[in-house]
Design a protein around this ligand. Structure first.
Ligand code: G4P
Length: 527
């Protein structure tokens, strides 16, 4: 039996995801305050770049030290080790968020009560659903006028194709907001603007028929609450932890992060129900966290924090076993053993060198260019963890070297920045031209800026009219060969050598799919 089981069971690793401005940074900060990981509000630097320009990005680059340390935030709460993985707010960096979601065991999705489900929420929740990651919703900003709570629940169920189960319920909203009734704890929690945990006023009500309810809320609001809760009990399924862990139902909480309201209820329930580190599927087999042998994968790389040294930090999620400093581990892709003398942990906002780490933990490994996203470390076994997909980009450009004297720097910079996941690179087979694909325009600027500032190379973009890049495969090698021949001009390879079809328009893609039924077209590289 593994001797680290108690440590393993103490871990809860999750991400908070949201459409920009819903309140992710604020909620993260309040959770850290409860955990004692920070002392004052404002300590978590928002890494969002909502009104994004490249100069905002450059500013963020300058503050990279900060963004690295807020990428993973650990704290202790009720004897659990909680690891929050931060996700970039800006949609142009959605791919970074998708990858981070492969490293968590559950997610909290923040929704703005006035806006309901927004586009980013939809996309990110889809990724969670693909992986059946358990989700809890936090509906934020109840101190402002928002949509009717039942309408919000309908919106979530319809747009996100999930079943919800409210575990708290708001009493009024905006000016009339009086607090929430926790259905999970059968407690009435009264709203106090800018409340602190000590001063939260809460009263246990096992039954809402208790006439004393009106003393706290007034007769009208008390009656409304009784009716709402009756409706909830009829319409929504009762909470069942197993169903939540399977991803079949998603608990919903209401609150106001900025006022620190409803956050404690969320956190207390989270620590009761959220899953400890879960098994991870590798191509070869399922890997269980309690296995004796260590394994983990890299899901994020921060490169070139100091331009004078080509240093990088690879973020590794531990999947099984115990990680130890200075022990030799196998880099599966390079088939090479490596030791790490200064692996870092990300407790609170300071980095410290760690001696040991356990499944669920995320550690930072200093690296001089050996890691790519998706790489695996083990104690010798050949394992490839699944589910670190590339997503079909939406913006495409030809990328050319603009300074013939810097060809080497250009090639190296392009390769390293692709390793880091800044963009995707496709090589068209008919003419060998390089095409970069990104989710948003900002990444193109970032690529250009970083090539120049970190590698001294200049790149030039040229327009190309493309609708989508899809990964193609077929169970019938002949059919695939025929397709590759027939559509020669639209075929490229990605950096791993996979075949990609470059569709110029949605119509072409549709026609091709109809004409070549034996070919599978995929919008992620990993399904
Ligand atoms: P994000 O990370 O999801 O992008 O959101 P963030 O926490 O930065 O919050 C976005 C804005 O919403 C911030 O206002 C924040 O103060 C506000 N906010 C967060 N929670 C609540 C809440 O419960 N109620 C209300 N009324 N507002 C909330 P801002 O004006 O953009 O920034 P700031 O100047 O306040 O920092």
């Amino acid at each position: 039996m593994s001797d680290f089981l108690p440590e393993l069971r103490r871990r809860r690793t999750f991400a908070i995801i949201a459409h920009p401005d819903a309140g992710k940074t604020t909620l993260t900060e309040k959770l850290l305050l409860f955990g004692g990981a920070i002392q004052t509000a404002g300590a978590v630097k928002s890494n969002k770049i909502n009104r994004a320009t490249v100069s905002d990005f450059m500013e963020i680059e300058r503050q990279r030290g900060i963004s690295v340390s807020t990428s993973v935030m650990g704290f202790e709460y009720r004897n659990l080790q909680i690891n929050i993985l931060d996700t970039p707010g800006h949609e142009d960096f959605a791919e970074d968020t998708y990858r981070t979601l492969t490293a968590v065991d559950s997610a909290i999705v923040v929704i703005d009560a006035a806006k309901g489900v927004e586009t980013q929420t939809e996309k990110l929740t889809q990724v969670c659903r693909m992986r059946t990651t358990p989700i809890i919703f936090f509906i934020n900003k109840l101190d402002r006028e928002g949509l009717d709570p039942f309408d919000l629940l309908d919106d979530i169920e319809k747009k996100l194709s999930v079943k919800v189960c409210p575990l708290s319920w708001p009493i009024g909203m905006g000016q009339r907001f009086q607090g929430v009734y926790s259905l999970y704890e059968r407690r009435l929690v009264l709203f106090q603007p800018h409340g602190r945990q000590e001063s939260d006023k809460s009263v246990v009500f096992n039954t809402l028929q208790d006439p004393a309810l009106a003393n706290h809320l007034g007769e009208k609001a008390a009656q409304q609450l009784r009716e709402d809760v009756e409706t909830i009990e009829v319409v929504y399924p009762p909470f069942e932890r197993a169903a939540y862990l399977r991803g079949d139902i998603c608990p919903v909480f209401f609150g106001s992060a900025i006022n620190n309201f409803g956050v404690r209820e969320l956190l207390d329930c989270f620590v009761d129900i959220a899953p400890p580190p879960l098994p991870r599927q590798a191509e070869e087999r399922m890997v269980y966290p309690e296995e004796d042998k260590f394994s983990g994968f890299v899901f994020k790389i921060f490169a070139n924090m100091d331009p004078r040294h080509r240093d990088r930090i690879a973020f590794l999620r531990i999947c099984s076993g115990r990680f130890e400093r200075n022990k030799s581990y196998r880099h599966v892709r390079l088939q090479r053993d490596m030791k790490f003398s200064s692996p870092t942990s990300f407790m609170a906002s300071k980095k410290t060198i760690l001696e040991e780490a356990y499944p669920g933990d995320v550690i930072g490994l200093y690296d001089s260019g050996n890691f790519k996203i998706g790489d695996t470390l083990t104690e010798g076994e050949v394992l490839h963890f699944k589910g670190i997909p590339s997503f079909s980009p939406e913006q495409f450009r030809y990328v050319e070297n603009a300074d013939p004297l810097k060809q080497k720097q250009f090639a190296k910079g392009l390769e390293q920045l692709m390793d880091e996941g800044v963009a995707q690179l496709f090589i068209r087979q008919s003419d060998g031209r390089r095409i970069v694909g990104t989710v948003g325009l900002l990444q193109l600027e970032v690529l250009q800026y970083r090539l120049e500032s970190e590698y001294g190379a200049k790149c030039r973009y040229e327009p190309i009219s493309l609708y989508k890049a899809c990964w193609i495969s077929s169970d019938d090698p002949k059919a695939l060969q025929e397709f590759l021949e027939r559509r020669k001009r639209d075929i490229a390879r990605d950096r791993h050598g996979n075949w990609v079809f470059l569709a110029e328009t949605a119509w072409i893609l549709q026609t091709v799919r109809e004409n070549f039924p034996k070919i599978r077209f995929r919008f992620t590289s990993d399904t």
